[in-house]
Ligand binder design. Sequence first.
Ligand code: GLC
Length: 438
Amino acid sequence: MFIPKEFTVYASEELAEKARQTLKDNDRGGYTLPTDGLYPFQWNWDAGISALGWLTFDPPRAWQEFHTLFKGMWGTADAGGANDGFLAHIIFHKDSDSYFPGPDQWGTEALSPRTSSISQPPLHATMLRWMLEASRSPEARQLAMEHLRVLVPQLLRHHAWWYRCRDPQGSGLVVNIHPWETGMDNSPAWDVPLRKVPETTRPYVRQDTRHVDASMRPPKAFYDRVVYLMDFNQQAGFDPDRILRDCPYRVHDIGIISILQRASQDLAALCDLLDLSDPAQQLRRQVARTQAAVEGLWSQRWQQYVSRDAITGELLDHPTSAGLLASYAGFSRGSADTTRQWLTETAYGLPSTRVNSPGFEARRYWRGPVWQHINMLIAKGFEGGPDDALAGQIQQSSRELLQRQGFHEYFDPLTGDGLGGAHFSWTAATYLFWLHGG
Ligand code: GLC
């Protein structure tokens, strides 16, 4: 990789120290902010990735991240009771006014802690399994098993929520009801389904463009629609049946589907260890259903799985990095050949949207930039298999990028520039767990 002179290239131990410091600086006592200011609360899938980083130097703190996250899980006494096991995308443990939409915007004032009303990719069971595997000494393994005995039953409720509330007919393909649920908020794949969502007419004040240049963030029309969808949930009383019937935005996101698929297999394996045979069997039945149904999401044009509009049934035929999670998920048509192709098109790892495809923008949020934790998940899908060398290649380009740029939220795939928030927890955690010393 070409390294221009003006960049500092961090040595790996120096960078690891910076990564540990990033997590410590973002620690708010039991949970980790993605980055101060821009994201001042605990985020769902960020927590899972941050825990991997903590595990490399403070294992008790790593396990604690999950216990704190699961404090936000809805139970049978919350919001009508139909959402038992729901885990929101943001848990508002403490107030902050530096983010919109904050704790007072979701209609969840009755909860403690307050949360948002949409979820995020359920990668936790996979992270927990990796944490168990990385806990090699007898003491570390014992600590891991103690935590898993508490965390696995909670995760079973969460997976049950996804299948029960987001795929009640058992089609094998869960539905998401808000672009933010996908974690890939502003992907071009959501443009068409989002166009049918009315723009809110109520006033609100965005905060994100106070922290980050507007050219890297979504436009106003996008915000007007996502605010409409947030308010829709509240008006529907968070009733999952009503939401699935009437929400104007319903999408089968290949990212959530792949991540849930992998996590359900990992959760079943954790259940085996804990002698929970019934839930393990049930999870494996769900996995088999998805394995068959996902074939309906194959894009001939892009040679990868893509998302589908659940209202119209049309494929959202955009080549996004979510479709490269097929090997990670264990789907029958893996993602190695397509990933190999993508890697020839950019010097800096895997962009969130394929370079030169419609909708690609190198510097705007989820329309092109590289996210390091996605690189890690995709690469992990190849590790130890026939495409192990591909995993090494993704790893190498990711390592070089971080050594040059430090821990930004995301990176321009064409120039390698670090973008978005700086001092970012999941980027630092990815370095520690995946790139620094393996
Ligand atoms: C942005 C990302 C989302 C992430 C959050 C906190 O909203 O799109 O995936 O969880 O930031 O990092």
